[in-house]
Ligand binder design. Structure first.
Ligand SMILES: [Ca+2]
Ligand SMILES: [Ca+2]
Ligand SMILES: [Ca+2]
Ligand SMILES: [Ca+2]
Length: 467
């Protein structure tokens, strides 16, 4: 076969004959120590040039925000609304905060499980920040009560500019009439950030983008243990209408049979799957679909790691051509594969492209550095028993899909910081930083560095968790 007869990708940018074998050699000593004793290789076939990075401009949601959602306004400049009860509804409830209108920030004065006994609240009004980092003790977990209202606990729908950070969403398994549900659904919304969130025990995806979303970031989160036999990490788009920009960065998917993640977007989309740790898939890790025109996607610096449910037939990067309406454009760079499975499935090769479909929004870490970072810092802090178990399972290559069946851990109680001026910031921290503990100065910028006092306070809280 001559080179001129080899099939080109749709973009015509590369011929399979130009494939080269690149062995990932970027493991530092720490990474090697962590990976010591693993079966399998740390290698990858790629036929690609190093990625181009272009960090988007504009004011970030918070200093560490990354990805296409990073300029979400969230609740900046808005009301500080206290959550003072774990009750489903009423004054001081989470429901009252998220269903209020206008720019607003939910600040938690309690810790524990907020269990919805009615249909969980939908977030449909824009300019909202859920600041789980403010909670005392062990933080906040959203759950549902099973039965007729055992529905997706966190729904962001028909809205924009929503930032959700530092909470857990743990569907409960109780109740006999539960409908299929996600842990988190983002539907027909734009400029949404899900960051340092943990989700488990959904009967559909742990996180699911549905319909016409755009400018979405899902970062630094833990999605572990969907419920068999529909145990799925992330369906990044379902039934997309228009092209989308979406970033999936620094997450852990653990103990989910497939959709780790699932990628099915129209042409012209910018989709990036960067620096994630993907553990113990059964049928598939990442799946790239073509039923909406052939997804363009950059899959960069991820670790694909076999667990006890992974078999020699499991696929690391898969291309799904059922209902194809156009070939996908798949850019692979610096991914690490550990264990005996089909690392890059053969059907992927004709769809591989030499350069990322869109410039990456972040400078990627090496897969091994990302592995360490994700295991150290992903999820909601302080970590609860489920996240600790998920992370330990990755480190030890232990655990199984669907097991164990835990009770939802009850976050430890704690005492909220003193905040007599009710601006959401600890008055002692205010004094230490020259702010006014007798006045709401959440949205001014005392030190003139371009970051509002309240966002600086949230960063301080996160440092207290070791983040
Ligand atoms: Ca779903
Ligand atoms: Ca204060
Ligand atoms: Ca103040
Ligand atoms: Ca500042």
């Amino acid at each position: 076969m001559t080179a001129t007869k080899l099939p080109k990708t749709r973009t015509g940018r590369i011929l399979p004959a130009r494939r080269t074998l690149v062995v990932v050699t970027g493991l530092g000593l720490a990474g090697l120590a962590v990976l010591a004793g693993l079966a399998g290789t740390v290698s990858e076939r790629v036929m690609a040039a190093a990625p181009v990075v272009s960090v988007p401009g504009g004011k970030k949601s918070f200093p560490a925000a990354t990805g296409y959602g990073a300029t979400s306004v969230g609740g900046r400049g808005g009301r500080i609304i206290y959550v003072t009860t774990l009750a489903d509804s009423g004054a001081g409830s989470y429901r009252a905060c998220v269903t209020a209108t206008g720019p607003r920030v939910c600040v938690f004065r309690v810790s524990g499980v907020i269990r919805f006994t009615q249909r969980p609240p939908w977030i449909t009004s824009p300019y909202l920040t859920i600041a789980g980092q403010t909670a005392p003790g062990g933080g906040i977990t959203l759950a549902h009560g099973g039965g007729r209202n055992g529905l997706t606990p966190l729904v962001i729908k028909d809205t924009h500019d929503v930032v959700v950070r530092g909470i857990r969403v743990r569907n409960d398994r109780i109740g006999g009439n539960r409908e299929a549900e996600d842990s988190i659904t983002i539907e027909k919304s734009s400029r949404v950030v899900i960051d340092h969130v943990s989700a488990s025990w959904a009967r559909d995806e742990l996180i699911n983008g549905y319909d016409d979303n755009d400018e979405i970031t899902i970062s630094n989160s833990i999605f572990a243990w969907g419920i068999p036999r529909h145990d799925k990490c992330a369906l990044l788009a379902s039934d997309p209408v228009d092209k989308q920009k979406l970033s999936f960065i620094g997450n852990l998917c653990a103990h989910n049979g497939d959709r780790n993640p699932d990628i099915n977007f129209p042409k012209g989309s910018c989709v990036e799957v960067i620096n994630n740790v993907l553990y113990n898939a059964y049928s598939e890790f990442a799946e790239v679909w073509e039923s909406y025109g052939g997804s363009p996607v950059s899959i960069v610096g991820n670790s694909f790691i076999a667990g006890s449910n992974t078999t020699a037939l499991s696929r690391g990067v898969a291309r799904e051509t059922q209902g194809s309406t156009g070939m996908a454009s798949i850019y692979l760079w610096d991914n690490a594969f550990h264990g005996n499975f089909k690392h890059v499935s053969p059907e992927v090769v004709p769809a591989q492209i030499q350069q990322a479909p869109c410039p990456l929004t972040v400078q990627p870490m090496s897969a091994s550095a990302a592995y360490d970072a994700v295991l150290a810092r992903a999820g909601a802090f302080p970590r609860d028993a489920i996240d600790k178990q998920a992370v330990a399972d990755v480190r030890n290559r232990t655990g199984r899909i669907g097991e164990p069946v835990p009770a939802i851990p009850t976050p430890a109680p704690g005492t909220a910081y003193v905040d007599d001026d009710k601006d959401g910031m600890d008055d002692a921290w205010e004094r230490a930083n020259g702010l006014d503990p007798a006045r709401n100065d959440a949205w001014s910028d005392k030190n003139g560095n371009g970051i509002e006092n309240f966002e600086e306070f949230l960063s301080y809280r996160e440092k207290g968790f070791g983040l």
